[in-house]
Design a protein around this ligand. Sequence first.
Ligand code: VGL
Ligand code: ZN
Length: 241
Amino acid sequence: MVITNRRMILRSAAAAGLLGGIGMSASLFAAPTIKPGPKAALLVVDVQNCFLDGGTLAVKGGNEIVPVINKLSQAFENIVITQDWHTAGHASFASSYPGKKPFETTKLSYGTQVLWPDHCVQGTEDAAVSKDLKLPTAQIIIRKGFHKDTDSYSAFEEADHKTSTGLAGYLKQRGINTVYLAGLATDFCVAWTAMDARKLGFKTYVVEDATRAIDLNGSLAAAWKQMTARGVRRVQSGDIA
Ligand code: VGL
Ligand code: ZN
């Protein structure tokens, strides 16, 4: 028999006579164990119309994370929203290069750049934060990718690995040392933000069920491997309260 979920584990444990006192069964239904506290912030990455159903770069299942994030946000005193915010004719757009198609790559001064459909252009409805995201207590919106010649998946540092967005300074000056990431996309903006957070000394969690991936040529598995190697912790929203 293949054990596929917690109920089946319990059923087979009960059948095998393994469930003793209340302590054992309670531990199998573990309550949320992580309390973020005043030195932690939830970073809600790029939950914008462009990455949701009907958007210019829609991420499969992206809409499903909106209620997860709304609920998760209740556990946080500090919330940061990020917004991909490109100029028209941006260097990350395939349309900026004759003969190039979306999801191909090109070489830019800072390295290999994946080319995307035109998306999240400043001031457009496509670039707006989803109206279904209910985060009234969020404290700052960090926009990124607004320099025409430079992309910025990370909310901390542009793709040239030199230009800061100022987010690390903002968090550190507010005494925040831990970040939890949710949003889109797991394998691009969430992963790059998480890895930079580690580099900058933050304790870093990615809330897996509060993210969805683009998954281009195995990019999701690669992102988890790289994040894990850098000390990013992979958790689920049910672990946090
Ligand atoms: C993103 C591709 C291009 C993201 C942004 O938010 O993950 N991906 N721009
Ligand atoms: Zn972008």
